[in-house]
Design a binder for this molecule. Structure first.
Ligand SMILES: Cc1cc2nc3c(=O)[nH]c(=O)nc-3n(C[C@H](O)[C@H](O)[C@H](O)COP(=O)(O)OP(=O)(O)OC[C@H]3O[C@@H](n4cnc5c(N)ncnc54)[C@H](O)[C@@H]3O)c2cc1C
Length: 306
């Protein structure tokens, strides 16, 4: 119930105007977002890298409505990649990209061209790009663009959402040699016709997808904070004899940081997904939807004078 309220709020521009008037420095935003600018992104990446954690940086922004905004997003990624390279933070840091931020909803071809420029800059900087998964209406287009990008940039990562009924099939298609695939539960409000609705069904689907990816030839990126799924992933990695450079765990910045450290200390590759930028509204609403306890924290931050 609470989840659907927050996911509905994520798409409301009125709520966005209201909530976004809270400065980025407010506690709840600061917990999940590295800061507003590229310097904040670099500072956070440095701290995480010094702790032995890999990073995937996301320049916040989605559902871009104009070609100018899409080009500006591309330029932000080009700047970020060049700064990461100069700071010696590649390959520890890669980038995550939402195709909707580079114009997917305006023109698929433009989104492909801008994503391709970002992949080329990432290659030049010695790192990689992963295409985030968005709502189900974009999945076909995203997977088509992924396959085009992989012709020139085979290390481009995919994201698959276990809650979508189609995803086991997509896992089979993508579990090929060299294919980097992030598996997450899925963060959007989706209808029953396309997505499992109960937490139990989503978890079961996650395990079926994990089995396909872990037994396949690709590089699974296990993106979850769920202790049970993390334990199952560790078990499957042992079963399929995967070494620490043959799969990785991924967690979000600000979520279960002690688990991030524990997994890294146990010898696993751990990547932290770090969002930055001033367009944090949709991202934050999805994080609140995931955990009721965050809502109290959010209320306190909104009413705090600091
Ligand atoms: C690295 C990474 C990348 C992602 N990329 C995408 C993407 O491209 N597309 C997409 O749709 N989704 C993405 N997601 C989000 C994902 O789909 C889930 O919505 C999110 O991870 C919550 O699911 P969970 O697997 O952690 O399990 P849950 O069952 O939601 O959570 C398990 C436990 O983790 C902790 N936890 C989870 N979320 C939070 C939170 N927000 N705050 C505090 N504690 C929390 C709680 O202890 C909770 O009990 C990504 C997630 C990660 C970790």
């Amino acid at each position: 119930m609470l989840r659907s309220v927050f996911l509905a709020a994520a798409g409301s521009s009125r709520m966005e105007r209201l909530i976004s008037s809270v400065p980025v420095s407010k506690g709840i935003v600061q917990r999940f977002v590295a800061g507003a600018g590229v310097d904040d992104a670099l500072r956070t990446s440095r701290v995480l890298a010094d702790d032995g954690l890999a990073v995937s940086l996301d320049h916040l922004g989605e559902d871009t409505l104009t070609a100018e905004q899409a080009a500006a997003t591309r330029d932000q990624y080009l700047l970020l990649l060049s700064r990461l390279k100069s700071a010696g933070l590649t390959p520890a840091a890669e980038v995550s990209l939402k195709l909707s931020a580079v114009g997917q909803k305006l023109d698929d071809k433009m989104a492909y061209e801008y994503a391709s420029a970002i992949c080329a800059a990432a290659a030049e900087a010695g790192t990689t790009v992963t295409l985030d998964a968005e709502d189900h209406s974009t999945t076909d287009s995203t997977l088509e663009i992924l396959s085009e990008l992989r012709r020139d940039h085979p290390s481009t990562g995919a994201v698959l959402q276990a809650y979508l009924r189609r995803t086991e099939g997509d896992c089979r298609e993508l579990a090929t040699a060299g294919s980097r695939v992030r598996l997450c539960k899925g963060a959007y409000a989706e209808p029953e016709s396309v997505a499992y609705q109960s937490a139990l069904d989503v978890d079961k689907a996650y395990v079926r997808c994990l089995n396909i990816l872990m037994s396949g030839e690709g590089y699974p990126m296990v993106a979850t904070h769920d202790p049970r799924l993390i334990a199952i992933a560790e078990d499957r990695a042992r079963w399929f004899d995967r070494q620490s450079d043959e799969f990785e765990f991924q967690l979000l910045f600000g979520v279960r940081p002690e688990e991030q450290t524990r997994l890294a200390a146990a010898g696993h590759t751990v990547r932290v997904y770090v969002p930055y930028g001033d367009q944090w509204y949709g991202y934050l609403m999805r994080r609140l939807a995931e955990r009721p306890a965050n809502v109290a924290f959010f209320g306190k931050a909104l009413t705090s004078k600091k």
